[in-house]
Design a protein around this ligand. Structure first.
Ligand SMILES: [Zn+2]
Length: 283
């Protein structure tokens, strides 16, 4: 668009309409004023929407600040702000469903569950596991009619993350034993989300993932024969279990993990873009 054209456009007389064969002034506004008016209205709508969203995020942010969860408390002030936003956004995007009579999923519980997902993904660009829209929370272990046994958690391809609240709490009550149900199930969700074709598909760095896959394959082989080592045997079922179990140790026993298997630790560190052993949460 040439400068002359623009100049001509803005010099046009006030907008008119034709009514009953007569020309009537639509309003005493020039095209420039009309454009400005549209811009102001648009900005007001955007501002109002932003304000409404901030109001919806606020209770979860305040609850997170009140709880001072250990991972959150270790972050810098700038990182804490990012973490707060991600936790609140995660909650807004999910439906939390309580299973069991008289049991409810409260705001503090939602914050803790969301924080475990954000802890895992904090080194990456924001990822909210968009395939998994519903979190089913049981007060305690629940009976699976498919597997005919009690479960403490699972991730279901139909879009559910299922947790036993008692086991979730136990996971965080001891922060150094390498058992953490929340991180374990979120790790399953992350692993699957990366291969589900949706708006978050393929968010893990392919090279880092390849290094991880190669190393984990050989580690699983080795562990099957030796039946010993740092990673518990549950990890040897398949590559999904191996990843989820390693995630638990990565955050809860990071120093031991790094010392016992530096290659595997570095591969996970690169994959998740965090290095908890060095207290670096965004590489
Ligand atoms: Zn698992």
């Amino acid at each position: 668009m040439s400068a002359t054209y623009l100049l001509t456009f803005f010099m046009l007389p006030p907008l008119c309409i034709r009514y009953a064969g007569k020309s009537m002034a639509l309003a005493e506004v020039t095209p420039l004023q009309a454009l400005l008016l549209v811009a102001v209205v648009y900005a007001c709508i955007e501002l109002a929407q932003y304000g409404i969203k901030q109001m919806r995020l606020r209770p979860f942010i305040l609850e997170l600040r009140r709880q001072q969860l250990p991972y959150y408390a270790t972050l810098s002030l700038v990182q804490q702000k990012q973490f707060e936003k991600r936790v609140a956004n995660f909650i807004l995007q999910k439906s939390f469903v309580a299973r069991g009579s008289g049991f409810t999923v409260t705001t503090p519980m939602k914050v803790r569950i969301a924080a475990s997902a954000v802890q895992l993904t904090f080194g990456l660009r924001p990822v909210y596991f968009s395939h998994f829209k519903t979190l089913l929370v049981y007060p305690d272990r629940y009976y699976s009619t498919i597997f005919k046994r009690y479960h403490c958690g699972e991730v279901n391809m139909r879009g559910y993350i299922v947790l036993s609240w008692a086991d979730f709490e136990n996971g965080y009550s001891n922060a150094t034993d390498g058992f953490n149900l929340g991180l374990h199930e979120m790790a399953h969700a992350l692993h699957l989300e990366n291969v589900i074709r949706n708006n978050e598909y393929d968010f893990l760095d392919r090279e880092h993932l390849q290094v991880w896959n190669n190393l984990s394959k050989s580690e699983m082989q080795q562990q099957r024969y030796t039946q010993s080592g740092f990673i518990r045997q549950q990890a040897c079922h398949d590559e999904h279990e191996f990843f989820a179990v390693c995630v638990e140790s990565f955050f809860e026993r990071s120093h031991e993990f790094r010392l016992s298997n530096p290659l595997l630790y570095d591969a996970m560190s690169q994959l998740l873009q965090q290095d908890p052993a060095r207290r670096v949460y965004q590489l």
